[in-house]
Design a protein around this ligand. Structure first.
Ligand SMILES: Nc1nc2c(c(=O)[nH]1)N[C@H]1C(S)=C(S)[C@@H](COP(=O)(O)O)O[C@H]1N2
Ligand SMILES: [Mo]
Length: 417
């Protein structure tokens, strides 16, 4: 059924310079008639000076289609998700205005003058901080992905693959530079009771979203994030301060962070009992599944897109692991019969999105495109069947199976299991 492999070694591809003219009309540049370059008229934008710049810049009006999809619409529910347009993203950074959002009680307007972070419980002293206090502390952080535990849930939940655009299937995932104050510094200042093991983090939104975080993670690489991509956090991302836990389930990065209560036990709030705990196939509960597992997806070509011509395409996608660095991504265009290593674009960072690419020539025959990521600890992705057999029917969180896109003879692309 699939008569491929059309993958081109990157080396060979770069050698055959004129590939684009022969590789399919979509990629081919238009040829200029002789003398046309001299005779052409100047466009208006070369005849008159342009507009004044804006105090805070916005994207080109010609890119107005590049937006998040918000579901459900506000007013229908306060629990909303904004899906990031991964199909048009390049590189590993999501612009802040396109970062995905998951809001269980809407986006509160938090005044940095009155908002306080309180550290209390099993501590020598209780402390409170305003954003202005935290801004004077030393800061760390870096480029990390953030993924909702429910990203790609439709693949886990439904028995038939859903034909929804990539943006809905994978768009609860983004990459940013997150900078803030190490939580460790603040906990040390409060003085931790040696019997303490957990910290309950609570947000200042209407639902008071709360999660129990093992103390060890907070003493490791956790930060109170104040900056995202070089500027203060956006309201939707937790302004003026959020907990940020690199590599962990998005829900644990509590936004509008208001309280850190040091304890010797978890609190089992709704978010870790009703939500974000999974039921295994034998009926037992897998709670505190904090790490986001090794995962990858081809973002182009992908479901919701169409190949209009045979010829050259750049297969590209994202890989990530909550455990550390991505060490390799393999791709297949024949349903996993053979795998070819993809090129990892630098930088390849720990607990960050990693961009992979591989040139590909589509010959017009059906093809089944897949990617399979492996991280530095050897963690890789299960097949869809392996993932399904691990959990009770109807489970949805932490779906990380190998994704398959089926290209048919007309170039239409479907989500397949
Ligand atoms: N206080 C609070 N924190 C929260 C949430 C929330 O609704 N309220 N949503 C959580 C969920 S489910 C996720 S996936 C991440 C999403 O972060 P983002 O909206 O910045 O992408 O924030 C988490 N932190
Ligand atoms: Mo989430």
């Amino acid at each position: 059924m699939t008569r491929n492999t059309g993958f081109l070694a990157r080396r060979d591809f770069l050698k055959t310079g004129a590939t684009f003219l022969t590789a399919g009309a979509a990629a081919a540049p238009a040829a200029l008639a002789a003398g046309a370059a001299q005779a052409r008229e100047f466009p208006d934008n070369m005849l008159y000076p342009g507009a004044e710049d804006e105090a805070y810049g916005s994207p080109s009006q010609h890119e107005s289609g590049v937006v998040r999809k918000i579901f459900p619409q506000h007013g229908q529910s306060t629990l909303t998700a904004s899906f990031s347009p991964l199909h048009v993203q390049k590189g590993i950074i999501t612009p802040s205005g396109l970062h995905f959002g998951a809001h269980h009680s809407g986006v509160p307007d938090v005044d940095p003058e009155t908002h306080e972070l309180i550290i209390h419980g099993m501590t020598e002293r209780a402390l409170k901080f305003k954003a202005s206090n935290l801004l004077r502390y030393p800061m760390t952080g870096g480029i990390n992905f953030l993924e909702c535990g429910g990203n790609t849930a439709p693949n886990g939940y439904h028995s038939e693959p859903q034909q929804m655009p990539l943006q809905y299937l994978y768009g609860l995932l983004s990459g940013s530079e997150w900078i803030g104050v190490p939580v460790k510094l603040l906990l040390q200042e409060a003085g931790i009771d040696p019997k303490a093991k957990w910290v309950i983090a609570v947000g200042a939104d209407a639902g008071g979203l709360a999660r129990s975080i093992p103390l060890a993670k907070l003493m490791d690489d956790a930060i109170i994030a104040l900056y995202q991509n070089g500027e203060r956090l956006r309201p939707a991302q937790g302004y003026p301060m959020r907990l940020f836990l690199p590599g962990w389930e998005g829900n644990t990065s509590v936004k509008w962070l208001h309280r850190l209560e040091v304890s010797d036990r978890p609190a089992y709030p709704r978010e870790e009992s009703r939500h974000y705990s999974e039921t295994l196939a034998d009926g037992s509960i897998e709670g505190f599944s904090m790490y986001m597992r090794t995962k990858s997806v081809i973002t182009s070509p992908a479901v919701g897109q169409t190949l209009h011509d045979t010829g050259y395409y750049q297969v590209t996608g994202l890989a990530w692991s909550g455990y550390g660095r991505i060490s390799k991504v393999e791709v297949s265009d024949n349903g996993g019969k053979t795998w070819v290593p993809a090129e990892l674009e630098g930088p390849v960072l720990s607990k960050a999105l990693t961009r992979f690419t591989l040139p590909w020539r589509w010959n017009g025959y059906p093809a089944r495109l897949q990617s399979r990521a492996t991280d530095e600890w050897g963690n890789t992705q299960p097949t869809h069947q392996e993932w399904k057999s691990r959990y009770l029917e109807g489970s949805r969180n932490h779906y990380n199976a190998i994704q398959a896109w089926q290209v048919d003879g007309q170039g239409a692309i479907a989500n397949v299991f």
